[in-house]
Design a protein around this ligand. Structure first.
Ligand code: AHR
Length: 674
């Protein structure tokens, strides 16, 4: 039970908008320590989040392993004659069995192939691009392979000779420097002599990635992540972990080492939930577990990998590994911990070192299963829990509680909690909620009565889904109101993360999302700024707050008649506080951090009393997120239409009035005088 629940007092019958609101913060009664891991990020390769997104690879279908093997590739024939075929004889390696063969009868001015990237290759003037290709040619091939970047008009904007390999597969590498910028360039590879040339793993990377890492991530997208100040990164999902069926599940061991040895998998988001399909959506695993751990280091956040527990998606194939055959799945988990943390003389620690990272990654938590539920899960999960704890007692296990917490998912969630209450061990329980904005308002008190002696909560996937699943301010502010409850209860709630993280414009399977991007641009949704503001202003210690209003607050507007995910809407009617408020102290700066959310359609004025303080020092700071309409959204054209605005505050005394705009999140940082 929270010692400082949000106290809401009502008296009288004035409309809330006219009634005085009194907010009291007890500045001299420090409460619980706010979880340092409270605000993190959830990454999944959905909406082209990895390949075509965060992973900076510019070539699509680089290993010719799509079911349509030449997808994104075309033939280039400059007055010659030849064939482009897909072959499998004597491949580069058995995990990457297909390659392309150029059979050149007459090269003309060049015969070969070109890749269009992910809807065009965007290049910047003056920047370097690293091209690498695995190649072989018939003995006696007496030509070269030339590489070029050409813009939409066919103009060459970078070119060089890649040379030619002998009759055995060999890596060939050159750097292409773009003479001009282009949005929709293509990569052209042409043979210049008669014979046959085999090509595989054609990869083009910008030199400039986040922290300039090879095989790295897009600098602009990763900077957006850094600006969220995440305490942790959960990866690689999501449903991706489960797979549509067991062969489709995510297997971390497939994602490390030479990119040519990482077998490509199809992406389960080819079959999106709402019937949209993306048949060319694949996982190269170029962004694999080493890269995820590395990204965590680069973002100074804790890694939280989630592993498959022997169960594929229970909404789809429902495939389950018999208990007797669970050993390899468990071994994958144990090996991952050793890969992350083991000394370099352990088998998996040695592999990490061989990949260039001898220092351990200091993994502290691991998820077992994603949205699993039912007895099937609770037969398998304890096997993992016991075995992992036996070997690594200090490691925290994240346990699934099913796909949701109410409506159609309630029974699954309840079974999980019945288990935890009756002896099934759990450290951190992963709860998910994709619900209408009103649900978030009505559930800001969700964890006020949470048992402080049981497992802690990970609000592992959440987002407010407004009508049409728009990324609007209404959804963002509802999330902010809910998050005041996460902070207030952060002795019980250890962690939280919005989901999904990324959306590539024109290529989404799921909305709303936190960050929108295309091949060159990126912007944060209003929800992005809510997450960033909460993380940046996470207090270290909670302070008690009461919100008194002279009138009961009218219920929030009714939710839409049906949510697009088919879930039952929450009935309207639960009274809400006049404002959603949480407070705490930043121990580093000594500031009082007061977070106030007004999700209503009218501005609200509150009298704020800093009990136990004689006043606040000069130059307090207010950061506010607001906009004229709750329907407002950000876009590529107006990326910061809804973005935090800062103001300097001079607070006259220990009690002062403040008006909070309609649909707003306000964070006050004050140096208080006791
Ligand atoms: O975030 C999108 C999906 O929602 C996740 O993959 C899954 O865990 C949840 O159902």
């Amino acid at each position: 039970m929270n010692l400082f629940p949000l106290v809401v007092c009502f008296a009288g019958s004035l409309a809330a908008a006219e009634a005085p609101i009194h907010v009291t913060v007890d500045t001299a009664v420090p409460g619980h320590v706010v979880s340092p891991l409270l605000h993190g990020i959830f990454f999944e390769d959905i909406n082209y989040g990895a390949d075509g997104g965060l992973y900076a690879e510019l070539v699509q279908n680089r290993s010719f392993e799509h079911a349509e093997h030449l997808f994104a590739w075309g033939t280039v024939n400059r007055g010659g004659d030849g064939d482009v075929t897909i072959e499998t004889a004597a491949p580069l390696n058995p995990r990457n069995p297909h390659y392309v063969r150029l059979t050149v009868r007459d090269p003309g001015k060049g015969f070969g192939i070109a890749n269009d990237g992910f809807g065009g290759i965007a290049v910047k003037q003056g920047e370097n691009y690293f091209l690498s290709v695995r190649m072989r040619a018939n003995a006696g091939y007496a030509g070269d392979v030339n590489a070029a970047l050409e813009d939409e008009t066919g103009r060459v904007i970078a070119s060089d000779c890649l040379g030619w390999a002998g009759p055995d597969w060999a890596p060939m590498e050159i750097t292409l420097k773009a003479a001009v910028s282009a949005l929709h360039a293509r990569l052209v590879l042409v043979a210049t002599a008669k014979g046959h040339v085999d090509l595989d793993v054609v990869s083009l990377f910008p030199e400039h990635t986040f922290k300039n890492r090879r095989n790295g991530v897009r600098a602009d997208l990763a900077q957006m992540l850094a600006d969220l100040h995440p305490a942790f990164l959960r990866f690689p999902g999501g449903c991706i972990v489960e797979g549509m069926d067991l062969p489709n599940r995510y297997q971390w061991k497939d994602t490390i080492g030479d990119i040519a040895e990482r077998p490509q998998n199809w992406n389960r988001w080819q079959d999106a939930i709402r019937g949209q399909t993306a048949p060319q959506y694949y996982q190269t695993y170029g962004l694999g577990f080493l890269e995820y751990f590395q990204l965590c280091e680069d973002l100074s956040c804790e890694p939280l990998p989630i592993l498959n527990c022997g169960m594929a998606c229970q909404f789809q194939s429902k495939q389950t590994v018999p208990l007797k055959q669970l050993a390899p799945f468990l071994q994958d988990a144990l090996d991952l911990i050793e890969f992350a943390n083991g000394a370099v003389d352990t088998p998996w620690g040695a592999k990490r070192a061989a990949l260039g990272h001898p220092a351990p990654f200091n993994l502290k938590m691991l998820g077992v299963g994603n949205e699993q539920w039912g007895e099937t899960y609770f037969e398998r999960y304890p096997v993992f829990y016991q075995a992992i704890k036996a070997k690594y007692p200090g490691l925290n296990i994240v346990t699934g509680a099913g796909p949701g917490v109410d409506a159609g998912d309630y029974d699954r969630w309840k079974l999980a909690w019945d288990k935890f209450k009756s002896g099934t061990p759990a450290d951190i329980v992963d709860e998910h909620y994709y619900r209408p904005p009103q649900w978030f308002l009505e559930n800001a008190t969700r964890y006020d009565a949470q048992d402080r002696y049981g497992p802690r909560i990970f609000a592992g996937e959440f987002a407010a889904h407004d009508r049409g699943r728009r990324n609007n301010l209404r959804a963002a502010i509802a999330e902010a109101a809910f998050m005041t409850g996460l902070v207030r209860n952060s002795d019980a709630v250890a962690m939280s993360s919005y989901a999904p993280l990324f959306a590539k414009a024109g290529a989404t399977q799921w909305t709303p999302d936190l960050i929108w991007f295309d091949n060159t641009r990126v912007y944060g949704s209003p929800s992005y700024y809510v997450q960033a503001l909460f993380a940046k202003n996470r207090p270290d210690v909670a302070l008690p707050v009461t919100v008194e209003s002279a009138a009961p607050v009218e219920p929030a507007p009714a939710p839409p008649p049906a949510t697009t995910d088919g879930k039952v809407p929450v009935p309207a009617g639960k009274p809400l506080p006049a404002l959603f408020v949480v407070a705490g102290r930043d121990e580093r700066t000594g500031e009082l951090v007061l977070t106030v959310v007004n999700p209503f359609a009218d501005p609200r004025t509150a009298e704020i009393e800093l009990r136990g303080a004689s006043g606040a020092g000069p130059n307090g700071r207010l950061t506010a997120l607001a906009s004229a309409s709750a329907d407002d959204e950000n876009s590529f054209e107006a990326p910061r239409k809804i973005a935090p605005r800062d103001e300097v505050l001079q607070i006259p005394g220990a009690t002062f009035p403040r008006t909070f705009p309609a649909n707003s999140l306000s964070i006050l940082r004050l140096r208080i005088r006791q």
